[in-house]
Design a protein around this ligand. Sequence first.
Ligand SMILES: Nc1ccn([C@@H]2O[C@H](COP(=O)(O)OP(=O)(O)OP(=O)(O)O)[C@@H](O)[C@H]2O)c(=O)n1
Ligand SMILES: C[C@](O)(CO)[C@H](O)COP(=O)(O)O
Length: 402
Amino acid sequence: MVTITPSPRIAVIVVAGGSGTRLGAHAPKAFVGIDDRTILRHCLGNVFAAPLAQVVIVAPAGREGDALTEAYDAAGTRRDLVSVVTGGATRQSSVDAGLAAVWAEVEIVLVHDAARALTPPDVFARVVDAIEDGHPGALPVQPVVDTIKRVESGVVVGVVDRAELSAAQTPQGFRRDVLVEAYAAATADFTDDAALVATRGHVVAAVDGDDLAFKITTPADLERARGLVAPRRDAHRAPSVERAPALPRIGIGTDVHGYGGEGDLWLAGLHWPGERALSGHSDGDAVSHAIVDALLSAAGLGDIGTHFGTDRPEYAGAHADAFLARTHALVAEAGFRIGNVAVQFQANRPRLAGRRADAEQALSAALGGAPVTLSATTTDGLAFTGRGEGVAAYAVALILPV
Ligand SMILES: Nc1ccn([C@@H]2O[C@H](COP(=O)(O)OP(=O)(O)OP(=O)(O)O)[C@@H](O)[C@H]2O)c(=O)n1
Ligand SMILES: C[C@](O)(CO)[C@H](O)COP(=O)(O)O
């Protein structure tokens, strides 16, 4: 028997391009983590829970593969609904790129900001219903809660009655022919699709938005989103660890950094004035990073990239105490306490022997007092450590179930 899957009448264009200048995350905004999932992944989870639709993701140039990975993860068994295209320099040009990928059979197109990652699926349903009811376009709105003033040159020159105002959200939905015609005729850039469609004389309906559909624009918005996302306990937990008997567990971690960072060296939780700095997303402290990986590996919690990758801007330039304290908390949340950690440092410089006790004390303090022992060796002039190009560190950790 042949099963024919009906082609959806709806498409959702998820615009995930742009750089997120106001978020300042040093990574395209859509790929910044809210928890262990990115803004884009959260958004797509809601899109796939909404009425069935073709899903076109508009990715920043160079991140199309990452967008596809996130989309496949969110799509489950409906990978067939996913396409990814490359975005443009403005939101409007990104939407235009997405429109070109919409399937021929689609009659209703929704445009949604990836940055409105927590928008509940029922908002999508309300927008679709409005189009089905005969409106050429519809958008979700929220009442404006602040008193609104007109300000010029630092003084109040008027008051705007907030009862007249609504804040526009996404997804914004349109009859396909209406949206395509408006984009084809566009002569100016608008911040949203409803404004562009309105220039063609169409009346766009307003439906109820949702507080959760706020746009992640600034670092404060990201913090708000992080507070709203329920922690997924054991989200990173390897299934094999879940099923394992309650026994002590060991883990291994290594890290390598090259010299060439800015400022002074940070290593083994200590500041080393006058020593060459290591380069890296954080401070390049290979000793601490190897410890983090050893502990996460013991607990089956992934690795340093899972929790502290470039999608976590707050760890850019961070020092060992921030990484180790968070790792200690993650291990504790997973139901373990740290037995001990042993770490070996390999490089010509700095000479660790004179500050070994201080380093062990700093690393131990950051891990809530767990014992940490540090050894160091050179590599007899061999390899990149011997040539003085960088450093390596190797750590093992023992953790105990509590
Ligand atoms: N060239 C662009 C610019 C923005 N967007 C998308 O449009 C939505 C709304 O844009 P905004 O929040 O303003 O994102 P950015 O333009 O990246 O942010 P900023 O203005 O702070 O740089 C976001 O989901 C963003 O990914 C896009 O696809 N292509
Ligand atoms: C589309 C939008 O999110 C609706 O509120 C908004 O217009 C995007 O542009 P902005 O410049 O980030 O407000």
